[in-house]
Design a protein around this ligand. Structure first.
Ligand code: NOJ
Length: 739
């Protein structure tokens, strides 16, 4: 038995070596035929839509390895022919694109996808997206973005999966699997620490201690690499003083040596040449040197490699073997995508995903919306024969805006708006449409008056408010997170009619809507729901679907609370309740009489809504969390304790519905201070009304470990370990628990 096992193991090993060597042999062989100029050409990624003629000449000369922002099978094939048929070695190009949350058919923004807490759904969406993009010639998607974000001022919070490393890791890995199962390479970005930009201002400096980097920001990248991500993109920011494109610690020590990744590392747009304005390098030549020494392998639109690498090699400052390493990664990606065998895409019979998308796009949008408040007005009683519904607000009928940020190829004509969805139903209710404001920043008052007049005739008001798509995404950062334009005034006016106002927020980030939440009868936070936002919202508002989204990020009450996130530390002086707020301080109060705890004078430390929060049309009852120790080897010098954590959950209401069971852990003491709670697992389960289910999680020492740090003089050392400590666990509907 043992012998046969050994034999089959050796056979498998041989097989895998043989497989590997076929790839390696191919690459070695090709590399050996390449001139230095051709190698440097492969390291160049260009957007040929700028100076097309000049760039096409470069392709013909073999000076381009990848193109991006070229769309359409015909156009990609046209440029591909130049590379394959006109260059000496015929190395194919790889066409990349910012495929972020859909292609022509758009899903909710990634933050909304995070709110689904449903990785299977997200993976299926990615698969369908890949099918559509591939048929347009795109072989490489610049996503997923897995930057864990604590700051909703930062516009790119829309592009990630929120504030939690585990949720982000799970979603990022799902996208990687979905794309790559179809043959489109994923590019996990932005490596690393980009989201912690000071002041929430894009491209800004980030300062992240190594332990926090590894506990919070790196795990989603590692998860994406483990899921097989074929490429990684550098970030723009300087991390602890060193921009990522020139950061050997990130790109070599961690990505290559620790994680053993052979994914291709591409710069962000000109992030290599940016080393000059960063103030790291005196000129672009020095920037090229710093980047190649940090193994940035492909230069996106920066021209620093094409302009300076050959010179640096001839001066002996760069070894040709360094260049070979980079080119090997590039050829490997092309080889694995099958581009050497099939460089062209079929130009006829494009994949039509519309039928599959209609269902999936609606489902993802339904599951991404989070019900934040409901006084019972929802679901709307549409069977009530005289129900007059006012549909109002600047986002009720905006085909483009509901798609959200990063939708270069999104087909606006496919969008079904909430107004269209309601109008398409031959139901008993009457629809009155009066937008009030024409876009989210609109400040005109006349429209509001019309909407108020209409509200007076309605039984219920559906106020579709939020942010236009252009207000979130890259370089769209805000210092004011209130509803833009005159939307708050509009809400005041609508609420003053006394009619129940259901607020549906379509936005790229958490907004500070505390006052409006109080005024509204119900609040459904829909993010930007994509092409099918309308039908999804119709289904949710009318009870055809039951809300199951949960917040992937904490909602602050006011901007001054930011950064506000659930897995924070307690401090040595935790805030006590109730703290004395600014107007309660007696005049002339002596300095120490108001206590010394960690709080703000204007607002308590609680968020508006906690991470993980979301209501349903039904109710769930959680049983006690039970904890069983399943391995407990006290003799071992390392912690080897695993736990089985369980709780029963009962659907105690009248609707069959999904619930997201969330497992939180807290380590009571340790080598370093630990967060007050951390998400260690989650399960989205379907529970018919009246039914119960036991949910179980196994928590391993690996799940409970964290990065430690020791300083020895100037040298600091980090290592991952699990303390021998006491842990508390709770399975809960959201993070608003104490452990
Ligand atoms: C800059 C962005 O930071 C990155 O996410 C994107 O993929 C590239 N530009 C390409 O458009």
């Amino acid at each position: 038995m043992k012998k046969s096992l050994l034999l089959s193991f050796c056979f498998l090993l041989l097989l895998s070596c043989a497989k590997k060597s076929a790839e390696d042999q191919f690459i070695d062989n090709l590399l050996s035929q390449m001139t230095l100029e051709e190698k440097i050409g492969q390291m160049n990624q260009l957007d040929p839509s700028w100076n097309a003629e000049e760039k096409e000449a470069l392709i013909r000369e073999g000076k381009v390895g990848s193109i991006f922002n070229v769309v359409g099978a015909k156009e990609v094939n046209r440029l591909q022919r130049m590379a394959v048929e006109e260059t000496r070695l015929g190395i194919p190009l790889v066409a990349a694109r910012d495929v972020i949350h859909g292609y022509h058919h758009i899903y909710p923004i990634p933050l909304g996808q995070g709110a689904t807490w449903n990785p299977d759904l997200v993976e299926r969406a990615a698969q369908l997206t890949a099918q559509e993009a591939l048929s347009d010639g795109i072989r490489w998607a610049f996503s997923p973005m897995v930057d864990v974000a604590h700051d909703p001022r930062w516009g790119r919070v829309a592009e990630g999966y929120g504030e939690d490393p585990l949720l982000t890791s799970t979603m990022g890995a799902a996208v990687v699997k979905g794309y790559q199962a179809e043959g489109m390479a994923a590019c996990v970005k932005h490596f690393a620490g980009y989201s912690a930009s000071e002041g929430g201002r894009d491209y800004n400096t980030t300062w992240i201690p190594e332990t926090q980097l590894r506990d919070i920001y790196l795990p989603p990248f590692k998860a994406a690499i483990e899921a097989g991500a074929m490429s990684v993109m550098c970030s723009f920011n300087a991390l602890n003083g060193l921009p990522s494109s020139a950061n050997p610690h990130l790109n070599i020590d961690i990505l290559r040596n620790e994680w053993k990744s052979d994914a291709l590392l591409v710069s962000d747009w000109g992030s290599g040449s940016d080393l000059v304005p960063h103030g790291l390098c005196a000129d672009k030549k020095e920037a090229a040197l710093r980047c190649i020494n940090a193994r940035m392998e492909m230069d996106m639109q920066g021209n620093i490699y094409t302009d300076y690498l050959a010179e640096l090699v001839s001066e002996g400052k760069v070894k040709e073997s360094q260049i070979d390493e980079c080119v090997r990664s590039i050829l490997r990606l092309k080889y694995r995508l099958g581009l050497f065998d099939n460089p062209y895409v079929p130009e006829e019979n494009q994949t039509d995903i519309s039928a599959a998308f209609a269902e999936l796009g609606t489902k993802v949008a339904e599951e991404s919306a989070v019900l934040l408040k409901n006084n019972g007005v929802l679901p709307l009683n549409i069977k009530h024969s005289t129900l007059n519904i006012l549909i109002t607000g600047p986002l009720a009928h905006q085909k483009k805006e509901q798609l959200g940020t990063w939708v270069f190829d999104g087909d606006t004509s496919l969008s079904v708006t909430p107004l269209m969805a309601f109008n398409s139903q031959h139901s008993t209710f009457n629809i009155i449409f009066e937008p009030g404001l024409t876009y989210s920043r609109d400040k005109s008052k006349t429209g509001i008056q019309k909407a108020v007049k209409a509200a007076k005739k309605a039984d219920v008001v559906l106020f579709f408010c939020g942010e236009e798509a252009i207000l979130s995404g890259e370089a769209r950062c805000r210092t004011d997170l209130n509803l833009p334009g005159a939307q708050s005034e509009m809400m005041d006016a609508l609420a003053a009619t006394g009619k129940p106002v259901v607020m549906i927020v379509m936005a790229g980030r958490p907004l500070t809507i505390g006052k409006q939440v109080e005024q509204a009868a119900a609040v459904l936070y829909a993010f930007h729901g994509g092409t099918m936002a309308g039908p999804a919202l119709y289904n949710l508002l009318t009870g055809m679907a039951v809300p199951s989204g949960r917040l992937p990020i904490t909602f602050p009450k006011m901007v001054g609370q930011i950064p506000l996130y659930y897995n924070r530390h307690n401090t040595g002086r935790p805030s006590y309740d109730p703290p004395m707020l600014i107007d309660e301080i007696p005049i002339g109060c002596p300095q120490f009489s108001i206590g010394q705890s960690s709080y703000w004078l204007e607002t308590p430390t609680e968020p508006l809504f906690p991470f993980g929060f979301g209501l349903s049309y039904t109710t769930f009852e959680y049983g006690e969390t039970t904890i069983d120790t399943i391995v407990n080897d006290q003799q071992s010098s390392i912690n080897r304790t695993s736990y089985l954590v369980q709780s029963s959950i009962k659907n105690t209401g009248n609707y069959d519905a999904y619930e997201v069971a969330q497992l939180y852990a807290h380590q009571l003491s340790g080598d370093l201070v630990r967060p007050i709670k951390e998400l260690k697992g989650f399960q989205k389960i379907f529970l018919p009304a009246g039914e119960s289910r036991l949910v179980s999680f196994t928590v391993t020492p690996e799940d409970l470990g964290y990065w430690h740090e020791k300083h020895d003089g100037l040298v600091s050392q980090v290592w991952f370990a699990t303390d021998k400590a006491e842990f508390k666990f709770k399975i809960a509907p959201n993070s608003d628990i104490s452990l």
